[in-house]
Design a binder for this molecule. Structure first.
Ligand SMILES: Nc1ncnc2c1ncn2[C@@H]1O[C@H](COP(=O)(O)OP(=O)(O)O)[C@@H](O)[C@H]1O
Ligand SMILES: CC(=O)N[C@@H](CCC(=O)OP(=O)(O)O)C(=O)O
Length: 261
């Protein structure tokens, strides 16, 4: 079993919460009040977000083609500008506004801010302008957290020569959770966790997840979620959950729970 040993200098533990684009329109003050409770319980919160539906709308409006491969958007030269401007100039400020209105001190960021998400091309031939995270500027995040400010991160990375790259929101959430040695990663989406044969799973192990992907029970946007979840769990983040906006969902466990009679 992997043991988790934090080298984080502050006593407060960090929860990384990823808000899926599928959920952003429906979030309300009741949901945001969960964040206040977490802060009162002594947790620092970092929010990352996607924006798949907003990006789809904008691409359609501008008649730019895009498709996904295993939940990752193949992003051509015309699409990257639209993806970046939708996430950074529309989705991110709207969410930051809602948070501040709900009394939560939040600041909007993308990978460009103090090289927050330094990225390289994932595989330019296959995916185009899609990134993988090379390094997260954890110092910037910790500085904001120490002031009681919640960083709200749009999933756009930047190369060393200033090219914006599209990174899946779940991948960014996992990279940030790993980098800050989070206590917990919450992936908030539009379903109550992983559903297999019409049954939502309360827990899932990496081996079961791999089987479900192979059998086609897990597909599309759920793939980067479970892959990120397994990666961070194996690297020592103690708790990873895929949940809906009532925070009901699947706990991803590093190994099978022993059966309770
Ligand atoms: N086994 C599964 N259980 C639940 N949802 C699944 C599963 N496989 C694929 N999905 C799909 O994944 C979607 C969530 O991913 P996505 O649309 O990318 O959401 P988000 O915008 O929150 O990242 C669900 O709405 C569902 O259509
Ligand atoms: C490379 C890649 O797939 N990027 C995603 C980024 C947005 C995202 O992840 O949005 P959700 O949270 O709604 O899934 C995209 O272009 O849709």
């Amino acid at each position: 079993m992997t043991t988790y040993k934090s080298t984080h200098p502050t006593a407060r533990k960090i929860i990384v919460i990823k808000l899926g684009g599928s959920t952003l329109e429906g979030l309300n003050e009741a949901f945001f009040s969960n964040f206040k409770k977490m802060q009162e319980q002594g947790y620092d919160i970092i929010i990352t977000h996607g924006g798949g539906p907003a990006i789809n709308n904008e691409l359609a409006k501008q008649q730019v083609e895009s498709h996904t491969l295993n939940g990752i958007r193949v992003t051509n030269e015309s699409a990257i500008g639209i993806v970046a401007s939708t996430l950074i100039a529309k989705v991110n400020p709207k969410l930051v506004y809602e948070l501040n209105k709900a009394g939560i001190s939040a600041i909007g960021l993308s990978g460009f801010d103090q090289l927050l998400l330094h990225a390289n091309y994932l595989d330019k031939e296959t995916f185009g302008y899609v990134g993988e995270v090379v390094e997260v500027n954890t110092q910037l995040l910790k500085t904001l957290l120490s002031q009681g400010i919640i960083p709200v991160i749009a999933c756009i990375g930047v190369t060393m020569d200033g090219q914006a790259l599209n990174i899946n929101g779940d991948t960014v959430a996992s990279a940030v959770a790993l980098a800050v040695e989070a206590e917990s990663l919450l992936l908030v989406t539009d379903v109550a966790g992983i559903r297999i044969n019409d049954k939502f799973q309360t827990h899932a192990t990496p081996s079961a997840i791999e089987k479900w992907i192979d059998e086609g029970h897990i597909f599309g946007g759920m793939i980067p979620k479970v892959q990120g979840a397994i990666q961070v769990l194996e690297a020592g983040v103690p708790s990873v959950q895929i949940v809906n906006d009532s925070l009901i969902g699947t706990n991803i466990l590093s190994q099978e729970l022993s059966k309770v009679e």
